[in-house]
Design a protein around this ligand. Structure first.
Ligand SMILES: NC(=O)c1ccc[n+]([C@@H]2O[C@H](COP(=O)([O-])OP(=O)(O)OC[C@H]3O[C@@H](n4cnc5c(N)ncnc54)[C@H](OP(=O)(O)O)[C@@H]3O)[C@@H](O)[C@H]2O)c1
Length: 295
């Protein structure tokens, strides 16, 4: 049997990284790079590295010699970036830029995972021609990382992902998981009625990134087909559980004090990806799968 090509996945212990590893292992020999939380998925090879160490990336690439790399390591919490812009700059901007430079020099295909939050949410829906407009530290870091990645590696894929939901071993603090726990235990939870996204499940997002790494160059939007508020998403999740959404409290963004601005509508126009074969699981079906797996 022919050997599987090697794929380096950073952030393999994270929420998206888990889904990337699970989806990739069938067709790729996966080197799953983690920092603290060793991934326990069968069929992958965990590799420990702190990517903030400047020696780590060239050492990994020269030792493992992957055909492709997917960069999903990040400080991905908006609040953490706002609280510590300097501390998060390295993993969110310096590391992806350096990885792009190193991959380009070694002719390694690269996918950089970015976010719908590069947009400030005032001119949705956003397609690939829309210019990023930052509204907080995380938004600014990811937008600058995108530009740096493409400057060093013009053939890299910049996969802009929407709000993600799903299960993963290390995803306790994840929004969808918190919402599911609140609904299931009938605990009140406040959800915005005026913040809109095009969410997608992590498995679909991972399939999209894997399908287009090395094939699409530049930004590609991998949003879901349904635009809705967080409150509506909660109602759909309650529906997937067969429950009335009585525990959900609809609130406006205007009444919640946050240390950073909110983007009211970061809906992605993902028609380009759909035309290329990206076919995310419909929202209600994906929510049903999530609640079934969590049971
Ligand atoms: N979650 C979403 O809804 C969402 C939406 C749009 C885009 N995205 C993008 O998707 C990507 C992944 O996000 P996520 O939600 O999966 O994040 P996450 O669950 O917080 O995972 C972050 C990953 O980065 C790793 N990491 C952080 N610093 C590192 C370092 N110095 N060296 C090595 N590894 C390091 C962590 O490793 P350890 O845990 O082992 O330390 C972890 O595996 C990010 O690019 C994010 O911008 C996420």
């Amino acid at each position: 049997m022919a050997q599987k090509p090697k794929l380096l996945i950073t952030g393999a212990s994270g929420f998206l990284g888990h889904a990337l590893c699970a989806a990739a292992r069938r067709h790729w020999s996966v080197a799953a790079v983690y920092r603290r939380q060793r991934p326990r998925l069968p069929g992958i090879t965990p590799v420990q590295a702190d990517l903030a160490d400047p020696a780590a990336l060239p050492e990994l690439l020269d030792r493992l010699r992957p055909r492709a790399a997917i960069h999903a390591a990040a400080a991905a919490q908006v609040g953490a970036c706002q609280a510590d812009p300097m501390g998060t700059e390295k993993i969110n901007v310096t590391v992806p830029a350096r990885l792009a430079e190193l991959c380009a020099a070694r002719e390694i295909d690269l996918a950089f995972t970015s976010t719908d939050l590069v947009f400030d949410g005032r001119r949705a829906p956003y397609d690939e021609s829309s210019p990023p407009v930052p509204f907080c530290v995380y938004s600014d870091q990811k937008g600058r990382a995108e530009a740096a990645v493409l400057a060093h590696h013009p053939r890299a894929l910049v996969a802009r992902l929407p709000l993600l939901f799903g299960l993963a071993p290390n995803a306790q603090s994840n929004f969808g998981v918190r919402m599911l726990a609140a609904i299931r235990h009938n605990q009140p939870i406040e959800l915005f009625v005026d913040e809109f996204r095009t969410p997608v499940d992590t498995a679909s997002a991972a399939q999209g990134v894997l399908a287009f790494v090395g094939k699409v160059h530049g930004p590609l939007h991998l949003g879901g087909r349904t635009r809705l508020s967080r409150y509506e998403l909660g109602c759909r999740m309650a529906g997937a559980l067969g429950l009335a959404p009585t525990m959900l409290r609809p609130v406006s963004m205007a009444v919640v004090a946050l240390p950073y601005g909110r983007a009211p509508d970061c809906s992605l126009d993902s028609r380009r990806a759909y035309g290329l074969g990206y076919d995310p699981t419909p929202l209600d079906a994906a929510l049903r799968q999530m609640v079934t797996q969590a049971a």
